[in-house]
Design a protein around this ligand. Structure first.
Ligand SMILES: *Cc1c(COP(=O)(O)O)cnc(C)c1O
Length: 495
């Protein structure tokens, strides 16, 4: 029997995993969720002897049941290969009383590689399984990180093209350089004279344009999205929690069955939701610790039961968490509403109409597994500096938000449970903020001087992803106005 997926907003549609991956979002605007969360079938001592790829198969086969063993293993092998700079794929570093799960060893040195390196293969396999003959065109608007990770994932994947729009003056110099030097005949990168919202709106408009869809169909193309609400991104993230647990067991850091906490720096709520799914599969997780930066909408939600996005948007040193609408939270809301799509739909329409909603006391009681807190900019910098001073380990700003919240949690609760911190980016990706947290004097150095200095003080080799952009050639130089986005897409596709 196949595990089916349904929308969080109605009871109408059930689809297979491959159909859910192809569609991304349900027709009613809801998110696809499995009709039940499968239990882990492989026992932990067996898992503790497996490679990352083998654990990935043991987890994903339970969710993607309409994929054959051969199809799924082929996707996994193409994703988790030498693009990662360590065979462990996601190594664990013990520092300052916690276990840091390093999710940044992929092509773009941030955790989005964990899912975006497999999504293209899941997507093209899903297209084949569903007799889709069109070439798949991925359209993405990016504020920096997702664009590069998606480009790296889709580069040279047969049957796909990827077009990324970014705000010309709205990303960091390193982020821009990473994107405009992207190799691959099927990759296109465009700077727009506008901000991220303009890029996002332009992309959404194209997705919803029925006329364009017809023209595309005629030319043998269809759009798809690499968005973080796709279950093809969510499920691969469940894998590394199971893997991490199995590694801690293999290294005799924990006993079989011992509960651990996980601490996750959160933006769109995808990464921590994956941990929640892992717990629901039977992984021994005690608390799910949700860490926010100054955009602490989730902290307030866990504290009060009210989600309220009507607040100032704050730019922080952990930009990938600067989010006021955490899209993936909808899957949790649906679950604690007793898998009631009507109730969930009510709350979500309240969110889009008034910018807020409030859950019932009964729903709130089911959030006992979660603990929420936040770290201010100052606290984030202090944590980077403290952990470096104490242990010589250098963490990035996003990971520091998590480590800071973990310190608060320990102080408040005196909980001694061993804890795993999701380390979501390499410090080399946010070098300036990281180095200035260690010593403000570093601010006078250039970006690449800082890179070399970071290597010197941490003893960690400069990652290939950074070396590559030092000397890489610029391969993309298209810049357009907001109202030209569609014509640029057509030009790329020879339409
Ligand atoms: C995207 C991102 C996050 C937030 O992850 P979500 O799944 O959106 O909660 C945290 N850290 C880094 C470095 C990221 O790129």
């Amino acid at each position: 029997m196949d595990l089916l997926y349904k929308s969080t907003r109605s009871e109408k549609e059930t689809v297979t995993a491959s159909q859910a991956i192809l569609k991304g979002l349900a027709d009613d605007g809801g998110l696809f969720v499995p009709t039940s969360i499968p239990k882990l079938e492989t026992n932990m001592s067996d898992l503790s002897e497996m490679t990352y790829q083998q654990v990935a198969y043991e987890v994903m086969r339970l969710f993607f049941t309409d994929f054959t063993e051969e199809e799924l293993k082929s996707c996994i092998d193409k994703a988790y290969d030498a693009k990662f700079d360590t065979e462990e794929i996601a190594p664990i570093v013990k520092a300052d009383g916690a276990y840091f799960l390093e999710l940044f060893h992929g092509a773009t040195i941030a955790f989005k590689d964990m899912a975006l390196s497999i999504l293209p293969h899941l997507l093209t396999t899903s297209a084949k399984k569903n007799q889709v003959k069109n070439e798949i065109i991925i359209l993405t608007a990016t504020s920096g990180d997702t664009g590069k990770a998606a480009l790296a994932g889709f580069a040279d994947v047969p049957g796909t093209k990827i077009i990324v729009f970014y705000p010309k003056d709205g990303v960091s110099p390193i982020q821009e350089k990473q994107m405009v030097t992207q190799k691959g005949d099927n990759t296109f990168v465009v700077g727009i004279n506008g901000n991220f919202d303009d890029a996002q709106t332009g992309v959404k408009t194209m997705f919803g344009d029925k006329e364009l869809e017809k023209e595309m169909e005629k030319a043998g193309y269809q759009f798809s999205s690499a968005n973080s609400i796709n279950i093809g991104r969510l499920i691969p993230q469940v894998v590394y929690y199971v893997y991490a647990y199995s590694r801690l067991l293999a290294n005799e850091e924990i006993c079989d069955g011992e509960k651990i906490n996980v601490v996750v720096p959160t933006g769109n709520f995808g990464n921590i939701l994956a941990a929640y799914y892992a717990k629901n599969m039977g992984l021994p997780i005690e608390k799910l610790i949700c860490a926010s930066n100054d955009n602490k909408v989730l902290y307030d939600f866990f504290a009060t039961g009210e989600y309220n996005r009507n607040r100032e948007f704050i730019l922080t040193s952990s930009p990938s968490m600067d989010i006021l609408i955490s899209s993936n939270l909808e899957r949790l809301i649906y679950k604690i509403a007793g898998s009631d799509s009507v109730k969930n739909q009510e709350l979500m329409s309240s969110l889009s109409k008034t910018g807020n909603y409030e859950i019932t006391a009964e729903m709130k009681a089911q959030l006992a597994d979660f603990y929420g807190n936040y770290a201010t900019e100052e606290e984030t910098a202090q944590v980077i500096s403290k952990i470096y001073e104490d242990t010589n380990y250098v963490i990035d700003t996003h990971t520091a938000v998590a480590a800071g919240v973990y310190m608060k949690y320990k102080m408040q609760t005196k909980d001694k449970t061993k804890s795993l911190v999701a380390s979501t980016a390499s410090p080399y990706k946010f070098t300036r903020s990281v180095m200035c947290a260690i010593d403000p004097e570093y601010d006078s150095m250039s970006d690449f001087e800082l890179v070399d200095e970071l290597s010197k003080i941490s003893g960690v080799e400069v990652p290939q992803a950074i070396e590559d952009i030092r000397s890489a050639q610029i391969l993309h130089d298209t810049v357009c106005e907001v109202n030209e986005m569609q014509s640029v897409v057509k030009k790329f596709l020879n339409m």
